[in-house]
Design a protein around this ligand. Structure first.
Ligand code: KG4
Ligand code: ZN
Length: 380
């Protein structure tokens, strides 16, 4: 089979991204236009603004990805686009654009699940390094702003199949990082800033009780699964941080930081740190430690239960330093190989979408002309 150059397009959340990937194994170009500056003043993503920004960015971003790859609309072999899950209006921009382009250029279009994209970010980079040696059973933790999901992944010929064996009951892990950062007036998105600040605090300072999850809700008459689910829950820790702020009278210092940061266009982590007292840094370090402990311990418990031979960790939160180090140490103790994408491919990008499309391209699994965006698409 000759090389296939796939143009990937991703617009599910607040990044407009396009990339060209060769045969699911080499990133030729990878352009990500982040809307952080647009959403920062609101402390979170404003869906209407996200759609408008995608509309503005999509043509220049796609053109740049093609130009950097030395490709044209006519020369690529196929298009791939994120169908879901994500924000409906944002997804619609990418899907409409990709459908129109595929129709105009008479190219095949592959619809990709965003979560499958995060998983393929790992496969892509391992292939690129020439070191892909995954052993099955393979489990993957997708941990992002919208998801904290555990999947078993299997390969059937070229195609991949997934089984969900755990997910968050409420907030996703990235959402907890973002909400805690917003509460403490640290800006948006919260994950990267907490990642930078946490090493300056004492992670033992504040104790957060581990999340308690009832595995069967009252009135649930469905059959008991043969194996337990490994669910997560992060709304409790967010509330615990809020309670800590209230009981330790931190509001005034948070307000001072909010005012000081509102006068800075894009503050550096050092500038933000200078506005944080010890109590705040300790709280952040303790929060991050509790998040990492919960993610790592539950994931490794699931890996043990399912006899997992290879673990992937991907999605925006997989960029977190403490999470990576802790996973590496603890998985090594159990003799379990763990793989992460590089940090740029952990957060949203289109290279992972083009990579996930490749097996479907080989199988001729193309999108129908009436393809529509699916905000709540699940992975199976
Ligand atoms: O995968 P992603 O880019 O978009 C979604 O699909 O949601 O993930 C974004 C999420 C945000 O919640 C962000 O705060 C979090 O990933 N994140 C991090 C880090 N970088 C991004 N969380 C912790 N540490 C980081 N370094
Ligand atoms: Zn994502």
């Amino acid at each position: 089979m000759a090389d296939a150059y796939i143009l990937g397009i991703e617009s599910s959340c607040d990044e407009t991204a396009a990339a060209v990937v060769r045969s699911g194994e080499q990133v030729i170009s990878n352009v990500v236009f982040s809307q952080i500056a647009t959403h920062q003043p609101y402390g979170g993503i404003v869906p209407e603004l996200a759609s408008r920004e995608h509309l503005r960015a999509i043509v220049p971003v796609v053109r740049q990805a093609l130009a950097e790859a030395g490709q044209t609309y006519a020369s690529i072999d196929a298009l791939a686009v994120t169908q879901g899950p994500g924000l409906a209006g944002s997804l619609l921009v990418g899907v409409s654009f990709a459908k129109a382009l595929a129709f105009a250029q008479d190219k095949p279009l592959v619809a990709v699940n965003h979560l499958e994209g995060h998983i393929h970010a790992v496969l892509l980079e391992e292939r690129q390094k020439g070191s892909l040696a995954v052993q099955f059973p393979l489990m993957t933790l997708v941990v992002s702003g919208g998801h904290t999901h555990l999947y078993l992944a299997e390969q059937h010929g070229a195609a991949w199949k997934y089984q969900n064996i755990g997910h968050t009951r409420d907030d996703a892990a990235g959402e907890a990082f973002d909400k805690v950062a917003k509460l403490l007036a640290l800006g948006y998105p919260g994950g990267p800033v907490i990642d930078r600040l946490a090493p300056h605090g004492n992670a033992e300072a504040v104790r957060f009780p581990p999340a308690q999850i009832k595995h069967r809700q009252r009135g649930d008459t469905s059959p008991v699964p043969a194996r337990p689910h490994f669910d997560f829950s992060y709304s409790g820790i967010k509330t615990a941080v809020l309670r800590y702020v209230e009981t330790h009278a931190m509001e005034a210092s948070i307000e001072r930081r909010r005012v000081a940061l509102s006068s800075l266009a894009s503050p550096s982590a050092d500038a933000i740190r200078a506005l944080c007292d010890r109590q705040t840094l300790d709280l952040l370090a303790s929060f991050q430690r509790a998040m990492v402990e919960d993610l790592v311990s539950k994931t490794l418990a699931a890996a043990q239960e399912y006899g997992i031979a290879t673990l992937f960790v991907s999605g925006g939160v997989a960029a977190n330093h403490e999470l990576r180090v802790t996973f590496e140490q603890r998985a090594a103790q159990e003799g379990l190989p763990v793989y992460f994408p590089s940090r740029p491919l952990s957060t949203d990008n289109a290279a992972m979408i083009a990579a996930a499309a490749y097996p479907k391209f080989l199988a001729g699994d193309f999108a129908a002309p009436e393809l529509s965006a699916e905000a709540s698409l699940t992975l199976a």
